[in-house]
Design a protein around this ligand. Structure first.
Ligand code: ZN
Length: 363
C-alpha cells in the first residue's frame, strides 16, 4: 500500500468523521489530556469507522483545524503533520524508535476518536487544540527548535519517520476506534479504566508493565503543621488536628494494581484521585509512612495509569518489542487497521507467540 493511498483513505475517514460531527449525531463529551489524570467518563459510544468507510469520498483532504492556544489562532494542518507535533510534545524524542511509533498510532487514534466526539470542546471551530489540558500536547517547529536546539533536525526527522512509518494506522476494537488513552509511567501495573474513569472498556484493562524505564518513584513529604493545614482547608469535616493526624490518615482500600481507591482522613474519606490532587502526587499509586517531622507519601508512576505507559513502551522497545507488540500489550484485544484505496488492506492482530507475520488477512 502506498503512502498516497493511505492519505487518500484518511481523507475519507476524516470527511466521514466530520460529517458525523456536523450531523450532530456524535456524543459530546469533555476531552481530557491523555497523559495527565482525568476524572471524567471515557467518551462513548465509539465511532464505527469500518462502517463509515463505505462512504468514501476521494475529494476530501486530510487537513484538520488545529487551534494554537499560544498564538490564539486556528491553523489548517495535515493530520500526519499534526501527529508529528503531538508525538514531539507527548514523548521524549530520544525514546526508542518503536516506542515513538506506538505513540504515533495511539495519538492518531486518540485524535480521530476525539474528532468523532465533537472535536475540541473548548474551541468549537477546531478539531483539536494544542493545550494539553484540553486535547493532546503539541509542539510547533519553533517550540521544537527551542527545546531541541542543535538536535532539532535529528529529533524532528526521527519523530517524523515514526509517524510516517505508521501513517494511517489506528487502533480498533470490535471494528470501532479505541479511546487510546496513555500516560507517562504506570509504576509497574496499568489500571482498569473504570477505576479511574466512569466506564469499563474492554481494551483498557490493567496489565503488567514490566519494563518501566524509569519507574518515576518519588517521596513527597509534608511537615505535620503543613499537612494539617492542607487537610483542614480542603476537608474541614475530617476533624483532622495536630493531635489526631497520625492516627487519622490511612489507606482504606487499594485496587489490585496498588493504586489507592480510598484514603481515610479522620472522619471523612477521599478517593485516591482526590488525594493525588490534594497532596500534589504524580499518581494514585502511593503508600503512607510517618517520620518524626511528618508524613511521607512514596509514589510510583506518573499519570492516570490507563492504557499505554509511555515509559513502559520505551522499556518494551528496548527489550526487543516492536510497536505492534507494545500496542497489543497495553490495549487488550485491539487490532491495528490501516486504510488504503482498497479499503482496509491490512489488519494486524496479536500473534499467539508473536513470532510470525502479525498481519492477518481481513475476513
Ligand atoms: Zn482542545
Amino acid at each position: 500500500m502506498t503512502l498516497c493511498a493511505v492519505l487518500l483513505a484518511l481523507c475519507v475517514l476524516l470527511f466521514l468523521l466530520m460529517r458525523l460531527v456536523l450531523s450532530g449525531r456524535e456524543i459530546k463529551a469533555e476531552s481530557c489530556t491523555p497523559a495527565e489524570a482525568g476524572s471524567i467518563a471515557i467518551r462513548t459510544p465509539a465511532p464505527t469507522i469500518l462502517d463509515l468507510y463505505a462512504y468514501f469520498d476521494w475529494t476530501e483532504t486530510t487537513t484538520i483545524k488545529v487551534y494554537d492556544h499560544r498564538a490564539d489562532k486556528l491553523v489548517d494542518m495535515d493530520l500526519e503533520e499534526y501527529i508529528v507535533g503531538v508525538v514531539s510534545a507527548e514523548m521524549p524524542a530520544y525514546y526508542d524508535f518503536e516506542a515513538l511509533k506506538a505513540q504515533a498510532v495511539a495519538s492518531r487514534t486518540y485524535t480521530l476518536y476525539s474528532m468523532a466526539h465533537g472535536g475540541c470542546h473548548t474551541n468549537p471551530d477546531a478539531d483539536v487544540c494544542t493545550n494539553s489540558k484540553c486535547c493532546q500536547a503539541f509542539s510547533t517547529h519553533e517550540r521544537m527548535q527551542n527545546a531541541w536546539k542543535d538536535d532539532y533536525a535529528n529529533n524532528y526527522n526521527r519523530v517524523a519517520q515514526a509517524v510516517m512509518e505508521t501513517a494511517g494506522e489506528v487502533l480498533i476494537y470490535d471494528g470501532k476506534l479505541c479511546d487510546a488513552l496513555y500516560h507517562a509511567c504506570s509504576g509497574g501495573q496499568t489500571e482498569n479504566s473504570e477505576n479511574v474513569y466512569a466506564n469499563a472498556l474492554p481494551y483498557l484493562r490493567g496489565v503488567d508493565s514490566p519494563y518501566e524505564d524509569p519507574m518515576r518513584e518519588e517521596d513527597v513529604d509534608f511537615g505535620t503543621d503543613a499537612l494539617v493545614e492542607l487537610i483542614a482547608a480542603k476537608y474541614p469535616e475530617s476533624g483532622i488536628t495536630k493531635d489526631n493526624v497520625r492516627d487519622g490518615i490511612a489507606i482504606e482500600k487499594a485496587y489490585e494494581s496498588g493504586r489507592v481507591e480510598t484514603l481515610r482522613l479522620g472522619k471523612t474519606k477521599i478517593t485516591g484521585k482526590q488525594a493525588r490532587n490534594l497532596f500534589g502526587l504524580r499518581s494514585t499509586m502511593f503508600t503512607v509512612a510517618w517520620t518524626e517531622k511528618g508524613i511521607v507519601f512514596h509514589v510510583k508512576g506518573y499519570g492516570h495509569g490507563v492504557g499505554m505507559s509511555q515509559n513502559g513502551a520505551n522499556g518494551m522497545a528496548k527489550h526487543g518489542s516492536d510497536y505492534r507488540e507494545i500496542l497489543f500489550h497495553y490495549y487488550t484485544g485491539v487490532s491495528i487497521a490501516s486504510y488504503g484505496a482498497d479499503g482496509i488492506t491490512e489488519q494486524a492482530t496479536p500473534a499467539p507467540e508473536s513470532t510470525g507475520n502479525p498481519f492477518v488477512p481481513e475476513g
